[in-house]
Design a protein around this ligand. Structure first.
Ligand SMILES: [Zn+2]
Ligand SMILES: [Zn+2]
Length: 106
């Protein structure tokens, strides 16, 4: 098993991550009057603002799925984070123990 470099892990949701957009139901807005769909950039900025305004709060979700980092099978809250491996970003969900280990809890 590959050891985990914690510096590769960024806790929290991301406006540019398709899976985060999915889980927060972020979709481009469509303007009926002008027939124009919101650009990706505008959508990302809007989502980023939602995170800043704490409209999107990652309080963790109870799950019995294993933690993506330590493979703990203990049921508990899972928190969204992203891991960079070879410049590819992976959407992961980790347990509270891992979150504390990487210092993601303030
Ligand atoms: Zn994500
Ligand atoms: Zn874990």
């Amino acid at each position: 098993m590959k050891s985990i470099d914690r510096s590769e892990i960024v806790p929290g949701s991301s406006s540019t991550c398709p899976e985060c957009q999915d889980s927060y139901n972020i979709r481009p807005l469509y303007d009926d009057e002008t027939d124009v769909e919101e650009t990706n950039e505008a959508m990302e900025e809007r989502f980023h603002n939602m995170i800043m305004e704490q409209e999107v709060i990652d309080e963790g979700v109870f799950s019995r799925e294993p933690c993506d980092l330590c493979n703990s099978y203990l049921g508990g809250n899972r928190y969204i984070a992203h891991q960079l491996i070879d410049n590819v970003r992976y959407h992961i969900e980790m347990c509270v123990d891992c979150l504390l280990l990487i210092g993601g809890m303030s």
